[in-house]
Design a protein around this ligand. Structure first.
Ligand code: ADP
Ligand code: MG
Length: 210
């Protein structure tokens, strides 16, 4: 019922595989409205994070999340490295002592991570960024927890909401990041960061409450 440190390690390992498999797809999305590096950024960053955690297993969820943040900030680069790094770092600050995370703590961690991304990147929902997938995911976590659900059902709802959020970016004109330089030409493309965020939540659904 709770999220353990081992679940977080499994989640990151699954993400390393997913981003490895989806690297060319994410790069293709970024080639259309950016600079064609999002796939390699994510694959490189999460492979490094997986290796770091597996090389020296962390003792608590906060330690695991913080180590992921540090590795992502160091290895990913671009806009998404500092933003995903901030997501994991802020999530870690909410649960410094916990040995595992219950539903309330999981919600608090992912909500703080999302607020950190928004503070750092200054993007709102509708700007065609990863925020368009993160914010609805957190709303779904909150609604689900309020309805009395445990982490497995909360994360299933969040993954579905993140996919809808990803799809919502298709018709939008980008107002933040590199894609915003294209103006109207950024329309009718999925945002690469919202797509990688939907994958992050899908892996959370499959591994974080297993
Ligand atoms: P870069 O744009 O520097 O090449 P990436 O290609 O790795 O970095 O990441 C691009 C993604 O980063 C975008 O698709 C978008 O989702 C996200 N992004 C860019 N700027 C912001 C921002 N200010 N706030 C939130 N997300 C952003
Ligand atoms: Mg890019």
């Amino acid at each position: 019922m709770a999220v353990t440190t081992g679940n977080i390690v499994s989640w990151i390992a699954a993400l390393a595989s997913t981003y490895g498999e989806q690297q060319s797809y994410l790069t293709e999305l970024d080639a259309a409205i950016g600079d064609a590096d999002h796939g390699s950024n994510m694959a490189r960053g999460f492979a490094a994070a997986r290796d770091d955690l597996q090389g020296d297993p962390p003792e608590t969820p906060a330690a695991a999340l913080k180590r992921v943040a540090m590795v992502l900030m160091k290895t990913v680069g671009g806009a998404s490295g500092p933003l995903y790094g901030t997501f994991f770092l802020k999530a870690a600050t909410t649960c410094p002592q916990a040995n595992e995370l219950n539903g309330d703590q999981l919600l608090e961690a992912l909500a703080a991570g999302t607020e950190g991304v928004q503070q750092r990147g200054k993007a709102e929902v509708g700007d065609k960024t990863m925020v368009d997938a993160l914010v609805p995911a957190v709303e779904a976590l909150r609604e689900s927890r309020t309805a009395g659900e445990e982490p497995a059902a909360m994360l299933a709802a969040a993954a579905t909401a993140a996919e809808a959020g990803r799809d919502s970016t298709y018709p939008l004109v980008a107002r933040k990041g590199r894609a915003s330089y294209l103006g109207e030409r950024s329309r009718d493309h999925l945002d690469p960061g919202a797509t990688s965020t939907a994958l992050l939540l899908a892996a959370a659904r499959d591994h974080l409450a297993a």
